[in-house]
Design a protein around this ligand. Structure first.
Ligand code: SAM
Length: 265
């Protein structure tokens, strides 16, 4: 990957730099946002009963705060993100946080009984490699909740293809080119975005979304079939599947391989 994103030793670091400068945190954990992700909400409620949660790619921590509001004990929560700039604010709020790449997690095998990775794998250079890491650190019999961009979403097909040349220019020394495209994105997406996300989109939120969807180094679109195949290849049991965010995302709940968590307790 070296050289593809000049100035960054890897594509993952390029993503870290981008999200560090434009943290994915201005979208609040409003009731409206929650309603678009029913599978996640249900899984977080189950986490409250089980205790403990690790989120890989926690961004500004929207889902960590949601987890606390649903009863997960804050002391049992850890957030990891490659964009270290987003983390101090979360640390100040009392969360345990750590900067790391999803594909190289600084955790031992079988470390966590509940692993969340929501809207992150599609931004990594190799989603399969990052997914293997999630399963490696999951306690046998524990559960994972994973969501990615949906391969079948017309929105992503359109936006990712239109943005490809702009993305290339941005990462090859012409960051200025994005200004007119951002202006166009704002004009075209403010209204549909308000409907899609069920919240007002101020300029800061629109910029976050633009960087996340158009400029981020990687935008893999992943089908439900591919993500369930990835899960089964790692020995996970697929417990639930769903679409989220108006079918722009696929979401799965998985049981980590090898036995039951209860039998290990
Ligand atoms: C779209 S945001 C999602 C944030 C949060 N999960 C949410 O749904 O609100 C993607 C996040 O993944 C992080 N990220 C991207 N590549 C990563 C990697 N290789 N390892 C860890 N985090 C990564 C970004 O820094 C960003 O915070």
């Amino acid at each position: 990957m070296t050289g593809k994103f000049p100035g960054h030793r890897s594509g993952a670091r390029a993503a870290g730099a981008l999200y560090g400068a434009h943290p994915f945190g201005s979208m609040t954990h409003s009731d409206a946002r929650r309603a678009l992700h029913p599978l996640l909400m249900q899984w977080l409620e189950e986490c409250a009963e089980a205790g403990g949660l690790l989120e890989v790619g926690c961004g500004g921590g929207d889902w960590l705060r949601t987890a606390v509001s649903l009863g997960v004990h804050q002391g049992g929560i850890t957030g990891i993100d490659i964009a270290s700039m987003a983390l101090p604010a979360l640390r100040e709020e009392g969360y345990r946080v750590c900067a790391a790449d999803a594909a190289h997690l600084p955790l031992p095998d079988d470390a966590c009984s509940r692993v969340l990775c929501y809207g992150v794998l599609h931004h990594t250079p190799d989603p399969e490699a990052a997914f293997r890491e999630l399963v490696r650190i999951a306690l046998p019999g524990g559960t994972l909740c994973v969501a990615t961009y949906h391969w079948g979403s017309p929105f992503h097909w359109l936006i990712h293809r239109l943005a490809a040349p702009v993305r290339w220019c941005y990462w090859h020394g012409h960051p200025g080119v994005i200004a007119p495209f951002f202006a166009l994105y704002g004009v075209l997406l403010r209204k549909p975005g308000r409907w899609l996300l069920r919240q007002e989109l101020d300029k800061a939120t629109l910029r976050t979304l633009f960087m996340d969807q158009c400029i981020t180094p990687y935008v893999h679109n992943i089908s439900l079939r591919r993500i369930t195949r990835m899960a089964r290849a790692q020995g996970c049991e697929v417990l639930k599947t769903d679409y989220a965010g108006h079918r722009t995302m696929v979401a799965v709940v998985l049981r980590a391989p090898n036995g039951s968590i209860d039998s290990r307790a």
